[in-house]
Design a protein around this ligand. Structure first.
Ligand SMILES: [Cu+2]
Length: 314
């Protein structure tokens, strides 16, 4: 399996190429993940654009603790909920030594996502790297339970990778049900409306429109080299899709709101939880949406039921 060739299909830089390719109608692919492609990464970070994949791959990432010779090694996990504690980990190379060189992507060398196994308590933080290869960040987990942690990074000279592991925080655990699908979400007086939907096995556009007190927000601040940052997790296994906006600050074309558009591809039908980070008033805020792929949402097409339709850039 040619893993490197699979990378880069979902990148920021590729959005334009992808749209063009879709327009040309020369794409084809299956709707479901190739079972043989379980190790494939679709991460967009720091990946050369324009590589062609030799295979078919809708396999999501973040399901493995060790992949491509790199292993996620927990050093310290918050032992108690409700107070700030240290979360520390390392990335070990194939020889077992900690990796100390990382390539920045979207302005950071390491993106760390922590979310409850029940999809509650999402957070996206940027830990500090010590010289010995230990990443650490203060973290307060609100409730006991099982959390999923994703380390999204590119080792220096290597391909982008997302490794995942569970964090166990002891105590009484009351799992939350996945919230019902919605088209709007609110945070701190902001309302975010979602247009578009997820289509199994196909790239589709999601647009989030931000308003505050009924007025469109047109001065979003750049965050991680974009006007928004979106993570999509699949209900059931928390398979991880890391997608980024079409365009961004400084490209001369992208407005700083109220709309933020992304290209996203759901590997299968079913429910997903979308977490959008955006920055306004010098503060990063997060809203969550439950979206059902294959539910014939307002995607402007047939909802992905036609298996013969163009699907992706292979
Ligand atoms: Cu990040």
């Amino acid at each position: 399996m040619n893993v490197p060739a699979k990378l880069g299909l979902y990148g920021l830089g590729l959005a334009v190429a992808l749209s063009a390719a879709v327009g040309a109608g020369r794409l084809a692919g299956p709707l479901l993940p190739d079972p043989a492609a379980g190790e494939g990464s679709r991460n967009d970070h720091s990946t050369p654009v324009g590589q062609e994949s030799s295979g078919t791959d809708h396999a999501p990432v973040g399901l493995q603790v060790s992949q491509n010779g790199y292993t996620l090694d927990l050093v310290e996990v918050p032992a108690e909920a409700g107070e700030e504690q240290r979360l520390a980990f390392r990335v070990l190379g194939s020889g077992g030594d900690p990796v100390t060189g990382f390539t920045e992507s979207h302005g950071k060398p390491m993106h760390l996502i922590v979310v409850g196994r029940d999809m509650s308590g999402y957070r996206h933080v940027h830990p500090e790297l010590a010289a010995d290869g230990t990443w650490s960040v203060p973290m307060e987990l609100d409730t006991p339970g099982v959390y999923r942690m994703f380390a999204d990074f590119a080792p220096e000279g290597g391909d982008a990778l997302t490794l995942g592991t569970d964090l166990q925080v002891p105590g009484d655990y009351a799992p939350q049900r996945l919230p019902e699908p919605t088209r709007t979400a609110e945070v701190d007086g902001y309302t975010v409306a979602l247009d578009g939907g997820l289509v199994p096995g196909r790239t589709s556009e999601l647009t989030f429109t931000v308003s505050k007190d009924g007025e469109p927000v047109t001065d979003l601040q750049p965050y991680l080299t974009a006007y928004g940052h979106l993570v999509a997790l699949r209900d059931g296994d928390l398979a991880y899709l890391h997608v980024h906006p079409e365009g961004g600050p400084g490209d001369g074309a992208t407005e700083p709101g109220p709309g933020i558009s992304f290209q996203a591809e759901a590997p299968s039908a079913g429910d997903y939880r979308l977490f959008l980070d955006f920055k306004h008033g010098d503060q990063v805020r997060t809203v969550g949406f439950t979206v059902t792929a294959g539910a014939n949402a307002s995607t402007g097409d047939d909802g992905g039921t036609d298996h013969g339709e163009p699907a992706h850039t292979h």
